[in-house]
Design a protein around this ligand. Structure first.
Ligand SMILES: Nc1ncnc2c1ncn2[C@@H]1O[C@H](COP(=O)(O)OP(=O)(O)O)[C@@H](O)[C@H]1O
Ligand SMILES: Nc1ccn([C@@H]2O[C@H](COP(=O)(O)O)[C@@H](O)[C@H]2O)c(=O)n1
Length: 209
């Protein structure tokens, strides 16, 4: 790989459709050209805390993330180096012992709730996308997902949403909308927005005219 990779940032509240948008872009270009780096992998390691203590962590605050390591890994990928990507376990609220070796690609999609909150991260991005979905729809999606995929009860998801996720969204995430180049309503099902994004990315990397 000779050319410097391009970085696409995809953000928005929890359940907005960030992962769906990112996966559509990934699918369009294929794994050979594009990689996805989720900010969630970079939640701080909490293996030194008890499970009860981990339940009290605010996972929607910028300090919950190991931003130094995230920033370092993005820079390594930009230099064409491989990284040892951490693996996160949502059921245990900490990193697993595994890491995954990831090689750099032409296009790197950085996806997460607080990627536009940090200026150093913002400055690395060539295109910044904010996925904009109403709070009630995001809550409904989150209940479904967290119960099925993240080992949570309906009661715990609602309690966490009301006390932490919603206030943190309005304090830290929604204000980053102003840094976005593109605002996508309705996330991964907005085919017009996905087509515009893939065309633009294709032009930058020279795959499409
Ligand atoms: N536009 C949409 N309409 C209906 N369901 C959607 C839409 N976008 C995403 N979803 C669903 O909502 C859930 C959360 O979407 P996801 O992309 O994981 O959000 P995020 O990464 O922002 O948390 C998933 O189950 C996904 O299939
Ligand atoms: N142990 C954890 C870690 C994170 N969360 C929640 O995940 C949300 C971010 O992920 P999305 O895929 O929904 O963007 C964030 O709102 C955290 O509350 C968690 O519940 N437990």
């Amino acid at each position: 790989m000779s050319k410097k990779p391009i970085i696409i940032g995809v953000t928005g509240g929890s359940g907005s459709g960030k992962t769906s948008v990112s996966n559509k872009i990934l699918k369009h270009f294929g794994n050979m050209n594009v990689m996805l780096l989720q900010q969630d992998y970079y939640y701080k390691d909490q293996s030194h805390l008890t499970f009860e203590e981990r339940l009290n962590t605010n996972y929607d605050h910028p300090l919950a993330f190991d931003t130094e390591l995230f920033y370092q890994h993005i820079n390594d990928l930009l230099e064409g180096k491989s990284i040892e990507k951490p693996v996160y376990d949502y059921a245990k609220h900490t990193r697993s012992d595994e890491v995954v070796i990831e090689h750099s690609r032409e296009v790197i999609i950085i996806e997460g709730i607080l990627i536009l909150e940090d200026k150093r991260l913002r400055d690395l991005m060539d295109i910044k996308v904010y996925v904009d979905t109403d709070d009630d729809i995001r809550l409904a999606r989150r209940i479904q997902r967290d119960v099925i995929e993240r080992g949570r009860s309906v009661e715990s998801v609602i309690e966490q949403y009301v006390n932490v996720v919603k206030p943190m969204f309005h304090q830290f995430i929604e204000p980053t909308k102003r840094y976005a180049d593109i605002i996508v309503p309705e996330g991964g099902y907005n085919q017009v927005a996905i087509d515009l994004l893939t065309t633009k990315i294709g032009t930058i990397i020279g795959l499409e005219k």
